[in-house]
Ligand binder design. Structure first.
Ligand code: IPM
Ligand code: MN
Length: 349
């Protein structure tokens, strides 16, 4: 019988601005890793983003969504443009995908890599596990008496027992594979209802999974991330706190240009989505200056999730090697240097 090569269907959703430039580099590296490590990727181009919306008036038509649902993973570049009003693509595309594909974990590693100067008191090596479907992002709330002096706007934070527990379980599993410890970040001294739920469930899950549990209020956590980064390993937190502290983690480890993310459906009932945290950066789009590092690191998270840990480590290691040698100033320079490093990576199986 012929050997079966492992094969994955991945949606290539480059989006806007620098998205297409950085995703092209990531795709080539994934293909190169595939030939080294024994798998193939069937890339399915998905045209969504600001340009698509301006041309068609639609953000996420059903047919495109159905195609995305059937893939094994989605590699997204960036969506957004100054010509689209705020919220349209964020809620209509990104958050819809997060919610409807049940991507309930937003995984954001922040590690100080070789050759990168820290702004903090030491080397940070954390993974922020951000709850990704609830909290203040859920969309509960509204506006009444609009346009009057009594206009009232509310945003409610939704925290379900099931949603909090599954997030904490994922974080605890990750903590077991890392340093055996997780830190809950919240604001239990003020947000007493949600905070109480998170804290009680965190205690239960930590005990059940046999990991140590630490706690920090979100304001203090910002201070410690800068002044005492060694106290953190896995950080688990709600949606908005995770959004904010992961940008701080990025700033402390070389900036958004080096920050990958995975929007995960850990139960694998559908595709997970991987995206660099930087946006579409319209100011540098087309200049050839965009760094593809965060897109490549996001592709590495994707390969790990798909069950290709050696290829994932090879891509991650290639970024470290290029950074350690001083980095590159252009997209093309990065692409070439990363390909050289990847070609030198060892195949262990
Ligand atoms: C991020 C972004 C998004 C978020 C926006 C664009 C909706 O800031 O991925 O961190 O707030 O989650
Ligand atoms: Mn953000």
């Amino acid at each position: 019988m012929a050997d079966h090569v492992r094969s994955y269907v991945v949606a290539d959703l480059p989006g806007d601005g620098i998205g297409p430039e950085v995703v092209a580099v990531a795709r080539d590296l994934v293909d190169a890793a595939g030939s080294r490590f024994g798998f193939t990727v069937d890339w399915q181009h998905c045209p969504l983003g600001a340009e698509y919306y301006l041309r068609t008036g639609e953000v996420l038509p059903g047919a495109e969504f159905d195609r995305l649902r059937k893939t094994d993973a989605i590699l997204l570049g960036a969506v957004g443009s100054p010509s689209v009003p705020p919220g349209v693509l964020e809620r209509g595309l990104l958050l819809r995908l997060r919610f409807e594909l049940d991507l309930y974990i937003n995984l954001r590693p922040a590690r100080l890599r070789p050759g990168v100067v820290s702004h903090g008191a030491g080397a940070l090596d954390t993974v922020v596990v951000r709850e990704n479907t609830e909290g203040l992002y859920a969309g509960a709330g509204g506006t009444v008496h609009k346009g009057t002096a009594f206009e009232t706007a509310t945003e409610e934070s939704l925290n379900t027992r099931a949603g909090v527990e599954r997030c904490l379980r994922y974080a605890a599993g990750l903590a077991r594979r890392r340093a055996g410890k997780m830190t809950l970040v919240h604001k239990t001294n003020v947000l007493v209802h949600a905070g109480d739920l998170w804290q009680r469930v965190a205690r239960e899950v930590a005990d059940a999974e046999g990991v140590a549990l630490d706690y920090a209020h979100v304001d203090a956590a910002c201070l410690y991330l800068v002044d005492d980064p060694g106290r953190f390993d896995v950080i688990v937190t709600d949606n908005l706190f995770g959004d904010i502290i992961s940008d701080l983690g990025a700033a402390l480890t070389g900036g958004l240009g080096l920050s990958p993310s995975g929007n995960l459906n850990p139960d694998k009932t559908g595709p997970s989505m991987f995206e660099p945290v930087h946006g579409s950066a319209p100011d540098i789009a087309g200049t050839g200056k965009a760094s593809p590092a965060a897109a490549v690191l996001s592709a590495a998270l994707m390969l790990d999730h798909l069950g290709e840990p050696e290829a994932a480590a090879a891509l991650d290691g290639a970024v470290d090697a290029v950074l350690g040698a001083g980095g590159q100033d252009t997209t093309a320079g990065w692409a070439k240097a990363l390909a050289t490093e990847l070609a030198a990576a060892e195949v262990t199986r």
